[in-house]
Design a protein around this ligand. Structure first.
Ligand SMILES: *Cc1c(COP(=O)(O)O)cnc(C)c1O
Length: 395
């Protein structure tokens, strides 16, 4: 089938929840993907910050193959060996005690919201409200889209569930002021990804922890995008030197195999008892084997160091580019989560980069976002920045 035929079929049969680029991707290896016409692209989208080890990483492929030949699925009515091993490795590498597994970032946050309410119903009489941040993104289920404090995602879906209150990001006094007798916790991204890589002041997360401690609130960090090495440490909270009560993960956790997780301290996790929350597929053997191989590889092969080193090089190279092109307003990032804010909309630049075989995406209208595999090299950076330079030159 030709690319045009694929796209016509897609338009015919698939609901239009996405505005898609006019290519069909059929194969990937490392930091590259190929389309149905055989063209090769340098992939700085990586499935939206998902394929942290790159495409078709041999360790993950091997783990999935072996698990597929052994056992696909049994449900959580039984104990599942790869799920137990994954939970142990996550707990050993964080300051949390227990894990719950699901299938996406939205589900992980949904689980966190439910656990916060359950814990509050038993330990914080009358409190159920979560404070979330303007510009945040937490998912598309009714509860998580309501936690997402951006009205553009709410229009047409009212009535929204109760129990969320919004404050500006990176504003501790506003947060402190918003706490009422109904507040049970705070849900926050260490860096806002979908809003265009928005990085708060260095003391911000610590300040939230302090406010939560003073007022007896739960602190929940959404590390769906920042987690699994993206910012140069396994989790972004490590760099902020903060230990939340709960943390959510998804995106890179399975390197592309769908899986989400909620981690919590024993104290909070104890609020869930059998019957409170569940997922048929959550923690399924295939997903957990993929995630276990991903996490083991991430911890074992110098990938976090590479992410920090190449991330810094990427930032400095882009900062040089800023000196050359006044259309670049700001370059910011941590590890390999990088945003280039423009003074103009970024959509046509993304398209022109695609035509020159570089995949990037645009967040929040005017921020070019780079979230490549963490195995990226300096040569890959040079190539990408070279293409961006050409495209800006032509503008
Ligand atoms: C992508 C994302 C989500 C939603 O994850 P899905 O797997 O699409 O449901 C939630 N929170 C953050 C911070 C994200 O970046």
């Amino acid at each position: 089938m030709t690319t045009k035929e694929w796209i016509d079929l897609s338009d015919h049969y698939i609901m239009t929840t996405y505005k898609r680029f006019p290519i069909v991707l059929t194969r990937g290896l490392g930091v590259h993907v190929w389309d149905s016409d055989g063209r090769c692209y340098l992939d700085m989208v990586a499935g939206i910050a998902v394929c942290a080890l790159g495409h078709a990483h041999p360790k993950v492929v091997e783990a999935l193959k072996a698990q597929a030949e052994t056992l696909f699925h049994v449900s959580n009515l039984y104990h599942i060996a790869p799920q137990i091993l994954l939970a142990r490795l996550l707990v050993e590498n964080t300051l949390f005690d227990k894990a719950f597994f699901c299938n996406s970032g939205a589900e992980a946050n949904e689980a966190a919201i439910k656990l916060a309410r359950k814990y509050a119903s038993e330990n914080m009489k009358g409190r159920y409200e979560l404070i979330t941040m303007r510009g945040s993104f937490h998912g598309r289920t009714l509860a998580t889209v309501t936690a997402t404090a951006q009205e553009r995602f709410h229009v047409g879906f009212e009535p929204l569930p109760e129990g969320f209150r919004y404050v500006p990001y990176n504003d501790l006094p506003a947060l402190e002021e918003a706490v009422t007798e109904k507040t049970c916790g705070v849900l926050v991204e260490p860096i806002q990804g979908e809003s265009g890589v928005v990085i708060p002041d260095s003391g911000y997360l610590k300040g939230i922890r302090r406010i939560c401690d003073e007022k007896g609130l739960l602190m929940i960090t959404d590390e769906v995008q920042t987690g699994m090495g993206r910012t140069g440490t396994l989790f972004a909270c490590e760099q902020a030197d903060v230990v939340p009560d709960m943390m959510t993960l998804a995106k890179a956790l399975g390197n592309g195999f769908p899986i989400g997780a909620l981690l919590a301290t024993d104290k909070v996790a104890a609020a869930f008892v059998p019957g409170n929350h569940a997922s048929t597929f959550g923690g399924n053997p295939l997903a957990c084997s993929a995630a276990l191989a991903t996490l083991e590889t991430l911890l074992g092969e110098g990938i976090l160091e590479n992410c920090r080193m190449v991330g810094e090089y990427f930032l400095s190279t882009l900062t040089e580019l800023k000196g050359k092109h006044s259309v670049i307003r700001e370059v910011r990032g941590q590890g390999l989560m990088i945003g280039v804010e423009l003074t103009v909309p970024g959509a046509d630049l993304v398209m022109k980069c695609m035509e020159k075989r570089l995949l990037i995406n645009c967040a929040n209208g005017n921020v070019l976002r780079f979230v490549p595999p963490l195995i990226l090299t300096r040569q890959d950076v040079d190539k990408a920045v070279g293409i961006l330079d050409e495209v800006l030159e032509e503008k």
